[in-house]
Design a protein around this ligand. Sequence first.
Ligand SMILES: O=C(O)CCC(=O)C(=O)O
Length: 290
Amino acid sequence: MQLASATTESLTSRYARDGFVVLEGVLDRPEIDGLLAEAVAICRGERGPIEGAQAAGVRPDDTDDEVLRRFLCVHYPHKLSQLMRDTISHPAIVDPLTQVIGPNVKAMQSMLFIKSEGRPGQAWHQDEGFIPTRDRSLTAAWIALDDATTENGCLWVVPGSHRPGVLYPDREHDDPRYDCTVESYGFPWSEEDAVPVEIAAGSVLLFNGYLLHKSLPNSGRHGCRRALVGHYMSAESLLPWAAPEPGVGMARADFRDIVLVSGRDPYGWKGTDEVRRPRVRPDRAGGCDR
Ligand SMILES: O=C(O)CCC(=O)C(=O)O
């Protein structure tokens, strides 16, 4: 299969057909280096506390490399770092987001993957299964901070799997290749339908919240496979994500721990909330908490 970025078709028609597009060369070398240094500062705890980080056991005399290797993924880095926050609002990412979502776009999540050699991937899943927008507008921007390859655990996608608009069931699993996150199953595609998305550092994979995707472990010998991921949706849709307050049904619940990255927020009158705190993602090696 030819990767979408190699065609001359419009971004929106490629995205509609495949459920993803690659944006090449979004960040330049100095921007990438700045983010890599910021990742070290975050993992050292220099940008504020991270829930679960104590178990990682960072020591003051650890080298930068040793610090990084203690983490698989830090959730919500944009709450710790202005640089991470500015990056998820980067104009070269927000402009294509407005093309596939619409003029008013909000972000509700970010994740900083470190994933050094031997660390697991994440099993097949659809992001909307975790972050349920009401209008199916969930879109991820997966920003490569290292060259992402099959060897170091790049993303794999099933092109077109977003099109039925179906969320497949998920379940716990014990597959040592993947972290503790549940896996999707029962979908009408096989491993042969999946394609790896190898992209260079500084490039971005934009993909639909219904697209089936996964990553394999970093089996490489070339260091970390770092990536910053932002999750976005239309500002017009409520987001019934966090547990509703007493007396509010899920249908009216609205997660307001958001950052508006484009246009206007029709629910701006509600203000924003601090619902989630930065936390580490458990690695299978630490045991899956069931
Ligand atoms: O980067 C990875 O290994 C997994 C990321 C992922 O699946 C996601 O961002 O939804």
